[in-house]
Each structure stands twice: as C-alpha cells, then as structure tokens.
Design a protein around this ligand. Structure first.
Ligand SMILES: [Zn+2]
Length: 373
C-alpha cells in the first residue's frame, strides 16, 4: 500500500526539510564512530548508505542535480560560474525544485483568481437580480442576502491566502555556501534565504579569520543558529520546503585531508549539530509534519574532489519523518538494484513526491524503490 506523506492521514499540508551535508561521502558508513547520530538515522526510515554522487564530484554540479533533478550536463552548473556570482537562468528548461513549486503556486493562484472572478460575477448578478424589486419574492430576498454574505468573505479569504499579497514564507534556504542561494536556486524565489554572507561585518571578519588565518572554518554554527531561530518563529509556520546546508566538514577536508583527524573531529561536531536540529524539530513536533531528506554532494580524497574515485563518488541518502515508516536497513539491502542505483540527485524526485507534486518528465532523478511504499 502506498502511504505517501501527503495522504489523508495528515491534516496539515506536506512539508520537506532537505539537509545538505557538504563533502561527507559515505562518512556515516565509513566513520560511523564519529557520526553516532547520522549513523543511527541510517537504520531508521529509509536509507541508502551506499548511494553515489554525479560526475564531476564538485559541489555546484551535485547540489545543482540534487536541487534541479537533472544531470550536470543539463543544468550546466559549475563551481566557477556560481562562485563568480552568475545567476541561474530564470527561463531554464530545468528549473529548481523551488521554481517548480512557485510555478505550481502561480497556476493555483490564476485558477483561484478565475474562480474569484466567477464568484464576483455571481454577486453582481445577484445584486442586479435584487434590483428588480418588483420581481423579487421572499425566497429571492433570502437567496440574494445569503449569497452576498457568503461570497464576500470568500473573496476576502482568497485574497488573504495570495502569497504575493501576504507573503507567507513557504520556501527557505539556509546555506553555509552562499552560491547555492545566489547561483543554483533562481533569484526570483520568494522566501527566507540566508547565508553567513548576510551576517554583520564584524561576524564576517570573524568567519574570515577563523577560516583563512586560524584554519578552523565555522560557518555551520551560524547556519544552525539562524535556522533554529527561524523554525521557532511564526515566520516558519507556512514553510513547505526548507533547505539547510552545512559546509565545515568539506572545508576541513580541503585544509587537512578527507578522513584526516581534523576532518573526523569536524564530522563529530556536525553530527552533534544535526542532532541539535532534530532535537529542536522534535520539540516542536515538526517531525510529525515534515519529511526529512538528508544527503551529501560528494566525498573526497587527499585534500580535493572532482574526479571519479570511489571515495569522491561516495554519497548517502536518508529519508525519515512524516510519511516514512521505520524500516530495517537489512531488508532494504536485499533490494540490490534499488540500493546500487540510488544517486544523491534522486533526492529531487523524493522531495517532490513527499510534497505531493508529480515528478516532471524531464527529470533524471527517480524515486528509489521502497520509498513511500
Ligand atoms: Zn569541497
């Protein structure tokens, strides 16, 4: 039986939290001693501990595929472009998940507006009808008054749900690596968008010193702090898709080596940060309302990545929370094909399915077997 997270067992609308962990490769599997929390998630919900990245194993191509659902040769995103400030084409044939959702909203709004016009026409017609006093019976009077009473609040209520008028925050992205928000996700997306670049000058200087002089990057602390305050504020009440991205593990990999002592130490810190995020989610019962998808863009070897090696191509995917029944990972490992074929980019299809949105036919991303079943 299909038990999708948007089935009628939930009264609230579906929501997804996509947790993007930069440069982890298969760490929760390989270095499980340093990732007790992430590794525990591998045995809950649906997990693909041996998923793989797309080539080239750089951040922009992979986060691009994870957020746009197509292979790098289609979205064309490169680190060089997004880091130089190039914006993603608003008219691309391969829009981001956010853009797909915004277009769906626009379609819904135009349908709603059409309905409003129709309802408005009924009010006017009724009024006109009402003006024909001589022809009005008592029954007519009641109908006219009732229709006026019912239709007016209907129009007002519809307008108040119009996202452009009231601007409820449905989309948010809190990222440690700013180019995700500025070059991978279209700039036109309304919502809450954060990166440490929007911190005060003082904080940015501190971050620069920590990264480039003390060689101890600490962007993730800011991201975590900001996303926690967003989740506990009324601003997040209408959130539908929330992206949270952490980067310090990848930075340690570049500074000291992937798998180095410092890398592993940072891995443990990240594990604690993800746990803190989950603790907060649990406190406010977000996990009952949200499907959580966790993945990584790539692994690394030496102090770099970008090539085809097993360590660089390694990735993992965890899906838990709303709509996902706890499953024993061993039962999943039996499904050899699904386990081997899963790519980090499949998260794009998983996110849309969790939100009850059809996976577009241009997607290369696929919903792995076993999810929502
Ligand atoms: Zn990197």
């Amino acid at each position: 039986m299909v038990s999708s997270p948007h089935s009628n067992s939930h009264s609230s609308p579906p929501r997804v939290l996509l947790i993007a962990l930069d440069g982890l490769g298969r760490s929760p599997l390989t270095y499980s001693a340093h990732t007790p929390f992430l590794s525990s998630l591998l045995s809950k919900g649906i997990s693909f501990p041996s998923a793989h990245a797309v080539y080239p194993t750089d951040s922009a191509p992979n986060w691009g595929s994870i957020l746009h659902g197509v292979l790098p040769e289609k979205h064309g995103l490169t680190n060089g472009d997004v880091e130089s400030g190039k914006e993603f084409d608003e008219n691309s044939m391969y829009p981001s998940l956010f853009k797909i959702l915004v277009r769906r909203d626009e379609k819904e709004i135009s349908v709603r507006k059409k309905n409003e016009k129709y309802r408005h026409k009924i009010v006017i017609d009724n009024c006109r009808y009402g003006n024909k006093k001589t022809m009005m019976t008592n029954k007519d009077k009641v109908t006219r008054n009732a229709s006026k009473f019912i239709t007016k609040p209907f129009i007002c209520a519809s307008n108040s749900r119009h996202p452009v008028c009231d601007e409820p925050i449905k989309y948010a992205s809190f990222v440690a690596w700013a180019p995700i928000n500025t070059g991978i996700i279209e700039r036109s997306i309304p919502g809450a968008f954060y990166s440490p670049k929007s911190e005060s000058l003082c904080a940015r200087i501190r971050l620069y010193v920590k990264h480039y002089i003390l060689k101890s990057p600490s962007y993730d602390t800011y991201v975590l702090q900001r996303v926690l305050s967003f989740l506990s504020s009324p601003d997040s009440k209408d959130i539908e898709l929330l992206l949270v991205h952490f980067v310090d593990v990848d930075e340690q990999g570049h500074l000291y080596g992937f798998g180095s002592e410092k890398y592993l130490k940072q891995l443990r810190i990240l594990d604690g940060q993800v746990r803190t995020l989950f603790d907060e989610l649990e406190k406010d019962k977000w996990l009952e309302k949200m499907t959580v998808v966790i993945t990584t863009d790539h692994g690394g070897t030496g102090t770099s990545h970008g090539e085809h090696s097993k360590d660089e191509m390694g990735s993992f995917v965890v899906v838990c929370g709303r709509g996902i029944q706890n499953k024993d990972i061993r039962s999943h490992e039996d499904e050899k094909t699904s386990k081997e074929d899963v790519r980090n980019m499949d998260c794009a299809a998983i996110v849309l399915a969790a939100l009850g949105v059809d996976v577009p036919d241009w997607f290369d991303a696929r919903i792995p077997k076993g999810i929502f079943e």
